[in-house]
Design a binder for this molecule. Structure first.
Ligand SMILES: [Mn+2]
Length: 361
């Protein structure tokens, strides 16, 4: 852990054209922002560390370099213990959107998501003028006055770090730690879907981060409900295709983020190609897919399955998630239908499967 050597970087001659391209993008970003007075920088709902960090980072950039007073905000809740700890330990200036969206603002920015994805909360139908996201580009983002979407970066925090760096703004320990943790968690410690730019920003941030704070964030205290949710998930998990895939309907969950967390945990099972978890929270079914199989694109697959169900979906190669409104449907019946659709997509026979953990007598 810590400083990751980047042989690819040191072997490569300095890339001046990439630097000039970045400088041009920064100039354009600031030109779009300048002249505005107050910005709302919004993440996707139930934001993860990457979303929170990039919102705070962009707000800081707008504040310092464009003279725009910027408020970072999120919809939904921050429920995962690590994410809650991140806000608390680092005192990050981000608030629930319901608290700030009625305050005057004349610039809307979106980070870690895009207009078309529909997984962010804004009462009005105002369109964002500035969109920064590492997920695959959606056509609607190209209508924003400034957009940096669909590039190879493994985290939006990487893009924001590049802008800060290019603007010669060194983040203080709290923002640096947030951005570092954003990159680290979105790329699973630089082990999944990462780009040389992620490694470069990770290394650049490392000397500026507050190490004891990072440790407190990564090893948070968790409530008893956390263990209960895991216990239930392990008991309910069903293997399919002779251990090729695992599905679990977690039932009602106390925080939506426990669904991706469990999917992530289950995909580490030896020999497994994919894991799928669902859980119901406040009238919506949350779904998360994780893949060990590079031949399948998780984001595409989840979008195909969930769009007809009226859900909003996001994700990329190895990880994707969706939210489907229950609209009176029972969450276990909907989960059963969804599992059947995924089993079909993976060329497996639908059926009950076999338990992951044999029940004790
Ligand atoms: Mn992200």
């Amino acid at each position: 852990m810590g400083h990751v050597p980047s042989p690819r970087e040191s072997e490569r001659p300095p890339d001046h054209s990439a630097h000039f391209a970045l400088r041009d993008r920064l100039r354009k970003l600031l030109a779009v922002a300048k002249g505005h007075e107050r910005a709302l920088v919004l993440t996707h709902d139930n934001p993860d560390p990457d979303a929170v960090a990039s919102a705070c980072g962009l707000a800081h950039l707008l504040d310092q370099c464009a003279g725009v007073r910027a408020m970072a905000a999120y919809g939904g809740i921050i429920g995962r213990a690590e994410n809650k700890a991140m806000l608390k330990v680092l005192h990050l200036p981000i608030q629930p959107v319901a608290r700030v969206e009625h305050q005057p603002h004349d610039l809307i920015c979106l980070v870690d998501t895009q207009p078309e994805v529909g997984n962010y909360s804004l009462a009005s139908t105002e369109l964002p003028q500035l969109v920064i996201d590492h997920h695959p580009a959606r056509p609607s983002s190209l209508m924003a006055a400034f957009h940096d979407v669909g590039g190879p970066a493994g985290a939006t925090s990487t893009l924001v770090t590049q802008y800060l760096r290019c603007a010669r703004l060194t983040p203080g320990p709290q923002l640096a730690t947030a951005l570092f943790y954003g990159i680290k968690s979105d790329t699973r410690d630089l082990g999944r879907e990462y780009d040389p730019a992620d490694v470069e920003c990770y290394n650049w941030l490392f000397p500026h981060i507050d190490k004891p704070s990072l440790s407190r964030i990564e090893h948070p205290a968790v409530p008893a409900r956390y263990f209960a949710a895991y216990h239930r998930a392990y008991e309910r998990a069903r293997l399919h295709g002779g251990g090729e895939g695992v599905v679990v309907d977690m039932g009602d969950v106390y925080v939506p983020e426990i669904v991706p967390e469990v999917a992530e945990k289950l995909v580490s099972l030896e020999g497994l190609r994919w894991s799928l978890a669902t859980g119901a929270f406040k009238g919506e079914l949350y779904l998360s897919l994780r893949l060990n199989d590079r031949r399948v694109n998780a984001g595409k697959l989840v979008r195909e399955v969930c769009a007809p169900l009226g859900g909003s979906a996001g994700g990329h190669g190895a990880m994707a998630g969706a939210r489907v409104p229950l609209r009176g449907r029972s969450s276990d019946l909907l989960s059963t239908d969804i599992f059947a659709m995924f089993l079909r997509a993976f060329h497996l026979r639908p059926g009950p499967g076999s338990p992951l953990v044999p029940l004790l007598p």
